[in-house]
Design a protein around this ligand. Structure first.
Ligand code: SF4
Ligand code: SF4
Ligand code: SF4
Length: 319
């Protein structure tokens, strides 16, 4: 019998429409090496389960302040032990994240795979020069692995994908496997990710190395190397850029982002995707018992000018 691996999953979204072509199921893995100031998935940062609190239903009984063995009350780091959840009379505490086995996740995907199908309306042109990803097929619905950063669980991811490929071979069915990554991982982990995915969403936070470090806590060198591997791999990919007003949406930054993509000379680059910053992030930080102090004007709409992409011959959309 195959050995099962586990990885921390914090959400599974069915019928997602922003995570790739067609009908999709998105698996969100916990754990990320980056700390983007605007991250809208704070519960995806820690690689461990953690408590989430809906304060709108809290009746302020104080029981959660006196839980024996609570690491959060001791040092501010929740171990996800769950003791406070059963003690809360208002039911406003839950644990985000659980260790999911590779066999269970692959089985869940396989069971609903009939709902995945071809997609001709995703708006992406499949370049003739890029390799097809399955018997000449164009875009297909399927599963997307996101996070957090999925390469943090690359052994698990490889095992899930191996099971899915085996299922497709046996059943004769087909669906696509996509991964969303920041590329913030070793070259070897990234190459292994490319071995799993039919389609990659690559997030680029900022093109300037110093700004990148200041905004995310991580160097961009490794990320840009991985972006080049991706371009050379000929695996279809979309380059994503979250637009945070006044932080990384200047005209210069959009020009630099478009020029970076053009410099890759990658026929497998499907398009650039600009994602306006999600203003709902603050509420999630509160629930995750984390602080959030945006230094930008959340009411301001980000710059979504696509002309730099047009000038550089890169197809681009605002999502
Ligand atoms: S789950 Fe609750 S009791 Fe356990 S460490 Fe976290 S806050 Fe404390
Ligand atoms: S135990 Fe629940 S209801 Fe009581 S203070 Fe804590 S969160 Fe609020
Ligand atoms: S890479 Fe993604 S998950 Fe990680 S901190 Fe940045 S926005 Fe959040």
């Amino acid at each position: 019998m195959d050995k099962e691996l586990t990885a921390p999953v914090f959400d599974i979204k069915e019928l997602s429409v922003y995570d790739g072509p067609g009908m999709r199921l998105t698996v969100f893995l916990k754990g990320c090496p980056m700390r983007c100031l605007w991250c809208h998935n704070p519960e995806g940062l820690s690689p461990r389960p953690q408590v989430m609190v809906d304060r709108s239903s809290c009746i302020h009984c104080g029981r959660c302040d006196h839980v024996e063995g609570c690491s959060y009350n001791a040092d501010g780091r929740c171990s996800g032990c769950g003791r406070c959840v059963s003690l809360c009379p208002a039911g406003c505490r839950r644990i985000s994240g659980y260790y999911a086995s590779s066999a269970d996740i692959a089985g869940k995907i396989a069971r609903i795979s009939d709902m995945f199908g071809p997609d001709d309306g995703c708006g992406m042109d499949y370049p003739a020069s890029a390799p097809d990803f399955g018997g000449g097929r164009r875009f297909y619905g399927g599963v997307t692995f996101s996070g957090g950063e999925p390469t943090m669980h690359i052994d698990w991811l490889e095992d899930v994908c191996r099971r899915l490929r085996r299922y497709m071979a046996v059943s004769g069915g087909f669906f696509s496997i996509a991964a969303e990554t920041s590329g913030c991982c070793s070259e070897s982990a990234f190459r292994r990710l490319l071995g799993c995915a039919d389609l990659v969403y690559f997030d680029i936070k900022h093109t300037d190395p110093e700004r990148h470090k200041a905004l995310t806590g991580c160097d961009s060198g490794m990320i840009l190397n991985n972006l080049r591997f991706l371009a050379e791999s000929r695996i279809p990919f979309a380059a994503r850029h979250t637009l945070v007003p006044g932080v990384n949406d200047s005209q210069n930054e959009l020009e630099a982002f478009a020029a970076l993509l053009a410099s890759l000379g990658a026929p497998s680059l499907l398009r650039a995707e600009l994602l306006p910053y999600n203003t709902a992030a603050g509420a999630k930080y509160k629930m995750a018992l984390m602080s959030f102090d945006p230094a930008w004007d959340e009411k301001r709409k980000p710059n979504t000018d696509l002309s730099p992409f047009v000038r550089n011959g890169i197809k681009a959309v605002v999502l």
